[in-house]
Design a protein around this ligand. Structure first.
Ligand SMILES: [Zn+2]
Length: 356
C-alpha cells in the first residue's frame, strides 16, 4: 500500500481539551501521526511524503475568507494582549447571529463550532500538510488504484467555512473534489469513523455528483449532536445523495459490518468513478472516546468488504485515538485490504485495478 504522509503534521500540538465539565489532555495529539506512521512503516508499506500542490485544491472545498483566517490567525496573536501558546475562543455565533466581526476572537467564534480546534504556532503548517497528503494520495490512487492518506489533523467535521471536532480542513472532501475533477465523477464517500461525518455531509449536501454515506454512533447523545440522522438525505440536486446510517451505542462487529454492507450497496448503485473512505478507527472497542465495540477482526472484515466494492479506493485517515489498538487496527485493515484487492484482481478482467 502506498502511504502518503506529511511530516508537518506534528506541528499542531494542542494540549488541553474541555470535555464533559473538565479539561483533559487533548485526544487529537501529534503522537497519533508518529504512531500511525510507525505502524504503517513497520508493516512494510511504502511511505512517501506529500507533495505541495498549493492552495488551489483547498479552495475547491473551503471559502477564501476561512482559509485566510486559518493561515493568518497566529500571525495576528499580538492583537490579543496576554495571549498564551494558543488562540482559542469560548464565544460562538449562533445561527441567528449573522455578523462577521473584524476582531480575531470574534472571527474564530464565527468560523468554529467548539473549543477543540485551537490555533497554535504550527497549526497552519500541520493542517496544510495534512490536506496535501490527501491531494497527493488522490493523485496516487488514479495511478495505482489504491492509496492511504495518513492525514493528521483529521478533517471530516470541518465544513466549507468552519472548524470543529478537532478538524480544520476537510481532507476527505478535498480528496473527493480532486478525484471528481480528474475523473469526471461521480465520486462516493464512505465514512466509517465512529462520529458522523457532518462537515463532509454539509459540503456536498446540495450536490448530486458526490454521494456521502456515513456509518456512525447515534448522534442523539454523542458528537456531533446536530447532524447525522437518517432523515438527512440531501437537498436540491443532492436529494438522495446523502445516506446516514446511525448505530446504537455499544454496537459490535455484526451490526457495524451489516451497516457498512448497506452503505456499500447504495454506493454500488451510484456507480462512482472512485470511492473515498473516511477511515476512522475510533469505532474500536478500545478507543478512549469511542461509543461502539468494533474489534480488530471487525476492521479486517470491513477492509475486505471495501476492497471488494470498487477498483479505485482512497483511504483517508480520520479519527482514532491513542490506545494500543490504534496501530494494530490500522495494520490489520491495510493488510486485509491489500490481500483482498489482490484476490479480486486475480478473479476480474485485466485492467480492473486501473479503474472502470
Ligand atoms: Zn471520530
Amino acid at each position: 500500500m502506498i502511504v502518503i504522509h506529511a511530516p508537518a503534521s506534528i506541528r499542531h500540538e494542542p494540549t488541553g481539551y474541555f470535555r464533559r465539565g473538565q479539561t483533559i489532555p487533548h485526544p487529537e495529539q501529534a503522537e497519533r501521526y508518529r504512531i500511525l506512521r510507525g505502524a504503517a512503516e513497520g508493516a512494510g508499506h511504502a511511505l512517501a511524503e506529500a507533495a505541495d500542490h498549493g492552495i488551489e485544491p483547498l479552495r475547491a472545498v473551503h471559502t477564501d475568507s476561512y482559509l485566510d483566517l486559518l493561515r493568518t490567525a497566529w500571525g495576528r496573536k499580538d492583537e490579543l494582549p496576554g495571549i498564551g501558546e494558543e488562540i482559542l475562543t469560548g464565544h460562538f455565533a449562533r445561527p441567528q447571529m449573522q455578523a462577521r466581526p473584524e476582531g480575531l476572537l470574534g472571527l474564530l467564534g464565527y468560523h468554529m463550532a467548539d473549543t477543540s480546534t485551537p490555533i497554535r504556532a504550527g497549526t497552519w503548517e500541520a493542517i496544510h500538510g495534512s490536506a496535501q497528503a490527501a491531494v497527493t494520495a488522490a493523485d496516487a490512487v488514479l495511478e495505482h488504484g489504491a492509496a492511504y492518506a495518513l492525514c493528521r489533523p483529521p478533517g471530516h467535521h470541518a465544513y466549507a467555512d468552519s472548524a470543529g471536532g478537532f478538524c480544520f480542513l476537510n481532507n476527505t472532501a478535498i480528496a473527493a473534489e480532486r478525484l471528481l475533477a480528474k475523473t469526471g465523477g461521480p465520486i462516493a464517500i464512505l465514512d466509517i469513523d465512529v462520529h458522523h461525518g457532518n462537515g463532509t455531509q454539509g459540503i456536498f449536501y446540495g450536490r448530486g455528483d458526490v454521494l456521502t454515506v456515513s456509518v456512525h454512533a447515534d448522534p442523539a447523545n454523542y458528537f456531533p449532536f446536530y447532524a447525522g440522522y437518517a432523515s438527512e438525505t440531501g437537498e436540491g440536486a443532492g436529494e438522495g445523495a446523502n445516506l446516514n446510517l446511525p448505530l446504537a451505542h455499544g454496537s459490535g462487529d455484526d451490526a457495524w459490518l451489516g451497516t457498512i454492507a448497506e452503505g456499500l450497496h447504495r454506493i454500488a448503485a451510484f456507480r462512482p468513478a472512485a470511492l473515498v473512505v473516511a477511515l476512522g478507527f475510533d469505532a474500536s472497542e478500545h478507543d478512549p472516546i469511542g461509543a461502539l465495540k468494533v474489534t480488530t477482526v471487525g476492521f479486517r472484515a470491513a477492509a475486505r468488504a471495501i476492497a471488494a466494492a470498487h477498483a479505485t479506493v482512497l483511504l483517508v485517515q480520520e479519527g482514532g485515538y491513542l490506545c494500543d489498538a490504534l496501530p494494530q487496527n490500522l495494520v490489520a485493515f491495510l493488510v486485509a485490504f491489500e490481500a483482498a484487492r489482490r484476490g479480486y484482481a486475480r478473479r476480474r478482467p485485466p485492467g480492473w485495478l486501473r479503474g472502470r
